[in-house]
Design a protein around this ligand. Structure first.
Ligand code: DX5
Ligand code: ZN
Length: 225
């Protein structure tokens, strides 16, 4: 499948963590999105290494770790050793982005960079060729269940255009407020990976994941026309 779903476990019922992860894996999710919040970069606090290790132990899905934390450079090795396959940092949270991206790759993980809704793409001008993934936030980070910010679509289109223009191959991931009703718009704009929390873990997980897959198949057909 050309497009990929990364369910965000922020929205999971934590009393049923292992079973729900097994459900999304069985239903065909591609990655598992792990939202780390520190109460500084974003208002809330979520979870960290011990939970990541528990998640690592119960799935073979690649773990897509989204660090919404200040000074992420202090914790990169710990997250890698706890099971992260992809580590994404926010450009707004760091001073030495190039060093961090290089450091993540030296640890053997894939490196992602994330942009808040109001942060322009030009912040990535001199790092784009070094990253494996760009995460476009389509809500202000910090909480699940928020409404998708429509201006994100233009930003995704522009990023896809930049990728083509420069002949690069990083993945474009979009996170926040995405459900079955707007996933098609997000993919048509240029997303390769969709992050979804509430719209995967609210209700019947298998049915929700299959709903996304149907949309992905339709978009793939459309892109081949
Ligand atoms: C928001 C997180 C998201 C969040 C998405 O700060 O980065 O990954 O879990 O949740 P939904 O899909 O509910 O908007
Ligand atoms: Zn996230």
């Amino acid at each position: 499948m050309k497009y990929r779903l990364s369910p965000s476990i922020l929205a999971v019922d934590f009393g049923r963590l292992a079973a729900e992860i097994a459900n999304v894996e069985k239903a065909g999710a591609s990655y598992l999105h792990f939202d780390v919040m520190d109460g500084h970069f974003v208002p809330s606090i979520s979870f960290g290494m011990p939970v990541l290790r528990a998640v690592r132990a119960c799935t073979r899905l690649p773990l897509d770790v989204h660090l919404m934390i200040e000074e992420p450079e202090r914790y990169l090795r710990d997250f890698r050793e706890s099971g992260a396959d992809l580590i994404t940092v926010h450009v707004e949270a760091v001073r030495h982005l190039h060093r961090i991206v290089t450091g993540v790759r030296e640890l053997g993980a894939r490196a992602g960079v994330a942009l808040n809704p109001a942060t322009p793409l030009c912040m990535l001008d001199y790092i784009l060729s070094e990253v494996d993934l760009v995460l476009i936030m389509s809500v202000n980070p910090g909480f699940g269940g928020q409404e998708f910010i429509p201006a994100s679509l233009g930003k995704i289109r522009e990023l896809k255009r930049l990728r083509e223009e420069r002949g690069l191959s990083f993945e474009i991931e979009v996170d926040g407020g995405i459900g079955l009703s707007n996933a098609q718009d997000v993919i048509r704009a240029g997303a390769d990976v969709i992050v979804a929390g509430t719209s995967v873990f609210g209700g019947d997980i298998g049915e929700n994941v299959r709903g996304f897959q149907k949309i992905f198949e339709a978009c793939e057909k459309e892109s081949l026309l």
